[in-house]
Design a protein around this ligand. Sequence first.
Ligand SMILES: Cc1cc2nc3c(=O)[nH]c(=O)nc-3n(C[C@H](O)[C@H](O)[C@H](O)COP(=O)(O)O)c2cc1C
Length: 144
Amino acid sequence: MKIEIRYQSRGGNTKAAAKQIANEFAIQAQSIEVPITEYTDILFLGGGVYEWRMDKTLREFMNSLDCQKIGQMICFSTTGYMNSAIEQMKHIAKEKGIAVNHNELLIKMLLKGHSWLGLEGGHLSDKQMKTIINFTDKIKKEIQ
Ligand SMILES: Cc1cc2nc3c(=O)[nH]c(=O)nc-3n(C[C@H](O)[C@H](O)[C@H](O)COP(=O)(O)O)c2cc1C
């Protein structure tokens, strides 16, 4: 089974989440600058929320996806609080005819690690790391 991970991250939080997901599947997390060129059974796709919405580059990446090359997509996001990146990802996937797995991961940073506050991102707490491991464990069981 081919599993790929792509992330969009301005401040490092979503990249950190992507790396942890990738570790759990023993694969490499890559940014959305790296296109999907081969058929992929599961694409984990993640991004942050900026001014209420997903980043423009993530939207462009999704628009460039060939739906024939994606078996299903699993969405993840880090955010201050809002779930809008995941909601937008699911909306675009539906428009493109890409199946979306019912599992999704939202890591709320609240007031921590936001680059707009001059804070350094990329530091997930032990509890957040555990949440990611629980998320990947559940998916591993479901795809066995
Ligand atoms: C410019 C900017 C705008 C943001 N706007 C929102 C927002 O509207 N709602 C929200 O819940 N979080 C917001 N956040 C918080 C980010 O979603 C959060 O820090 C997320 O972890 C960023 O991911 P990244 O570090 O991978 O870029 C914003 C962060 C930045 C830097």
